[in-house]
Ligand binder design. Structure first.
Ligand SMILES: NC(=O)C1=CN([C@@H]2O[C@H](COP(=O)(O)OP(=O)(O)OC[C@H]3O[C@@H](n4cnc5c(N)ncnc54)[C@H](OP(=O)(O)O)[C@@H]3O)[C@@H](O)[C@H]2O)C=CC1
Ligand SMILES: O=C(CO)COP(=O)(O)O
Length: 334
């Protein structure tokens, strides 16, 4: 057992899962804003809303006092959706000791600024080591005891190895990677492609179509990711292709679910009304398109998802449009 105290912020599906996994290696306090969630984790060792079938470790302590969670933390883990990330981090800043590493679990961009979560951390907490934990990691499956692999990405080679030891366990293999930008963008951008795949699946598209969308999707995600400073090989690894496959093919994916509902003819408003969990791809699509324009990258699949989630067209129209696009060389966009 490590002596490092870990604070996980966010009592949703993934925050709770990472907190539960990490109790195997370190003392963990999870902060959730909802007192009922805190009470349920502390007393019933469950989080029924987000992880209905899971029993949580008794050693996992929950609080809704952010200061209590963070003041003695040696590592802070942020499991907060991207549009709320900054406001929670500003609260963290009031209580955090100097130089404590901050790890993001979040797979989205801030809409107003187009910033990655690690950029927000560096802006608000300058000097703190910053990393991401990311990969093909569907929360419920991991809580059900299925094996999975993930990547902890950080620039500092010494700290990243210490963090690897905190997060890894028998069925949860954690690899290190120095490419923070590539790993983070792999997690963000695959969500948009999962919506596209869902849109096809919702309209009854075939397996060949799904494979084509995933492959061409990965190509456009890689082009933007490399232009923004990520390494091409990262997008062929767990944080890129791995997460793309899991999210684009899983019945558990919220982003793919949004796509399926769009494919069946529902509007984003109807889907959002019926969903209580976050689907980051729908939120981040405008920021992704703005970045594609800024970096001069053609992203036809992401563009169609953007047009559907913003109501400019519907899934049927977008799908027909994709089929009308003339194909060039495989190495080219389109
Ligand atoms: N679920 C998964 O399998 C995986 C998710 N991720 C990523 O992890 C991030 C978190 O997602 P996930 O846990 O799944 O989301 P969920 O939708 O399951 O839960 C979101 C959580 O965030 C909390 N929250 C939202 N806004 C605030 C706020 N302002 N202050 C405090 N808490 C807040 C919610 O609290 P409340 O309940 O009170 O509303 C809830 O506990 C996302 O970026 C997602 O892409 C990454 C890998 C896997
Ligand atoms: O990031 C995830 C799996 O790695 C979770 O995907 P969804 O948010 O689409 O459920």
């Amino acid at each position: 057992m490590s002596e490092l105290n870990v604070a996980v912020l966010g009592g949703g599906s993934w925050g709770t899962t990472v907190a539960a996994l990490t109790t195997r290696n370190a003392p963990v306090t999870i902060w959730a804003r909802n007192p009922a969630t805190v009470d349920e984790i502390n007393n019933a060792h469950r989080n029924q809303t987000y992880l209905p079938d899971a029993v949580l470790p008794e050693s996992l302590r929950a609080t809704n006092d952010i200061g209590e969670a963070v003041a003695n933390a040696d590592v802070v883990v942020m499991g907060i959706p991207s549009q709320n990330f900054r406001s929670v981090l500003l609260e963290v800043k009031k209580h955090l000791r100097a130089w404590v590493p901050v790890v993001s679990l979040t797979k989205g961009l801030e809409l107003d600024t187009r910033m990655r979560m690690t950029e927000i951390i560096s802006e608000i907490l300058p000097g703190h080591p910053v990393g991401v934990l990311t990969g093909p990691n569907l929360a419920r499956e991991i809580m059900a005891g299925q094996a999975a692999a993930s990547v902890i990405a950080m620039n500092d080679g010494t700290i990243v190895r210490a963090l690897q030891k905190i997060f890894k366990s028998g069925l949860f293999r954690v690899y290190t990677n120095p490419d923070v930008i590539g790993c983070e963008l792999g997690g963000v951008l695959k969500n948009i492609i999962a919506i596209a795949v869902g849109m096809g699946d919702g309209q009854g598209a075939g397996d060949n179509t799904r494979a084509a969308l995933i492959t061409r999707g990965l190509a456009e995600v890689t082009r933007l990711g490399v232009a923004m400073g990520g390494r091409a090989e990262t997008f062929a690894g767990l944080a890129g292709m791995g997460d793309m496959i899991a999210t684009c093919t899983s019945a558990q994916s919220r982003n793919r679910h949004v796509g399926i509902q769009l494919g069946k003819g529902k509007t984003m408003e109807q889907i959002a009304d019926e969903m209580f969990m976050v689907a980051e791809g729908a939120k981040s699509a405008p920021a992704v398109m703005a970045l594609a324009e800024q970096y001069g990258i053609d992203m036809p699949i992401a563009r169609d998802v953007f047009r559907v989630v913003t109501g400019e067209t519907n899934a049927r129209g977008a799908y027909r449009g994709l089929l009308r696009t003339a194909a060039g060389a495989e190495s080219e966009p389109g």
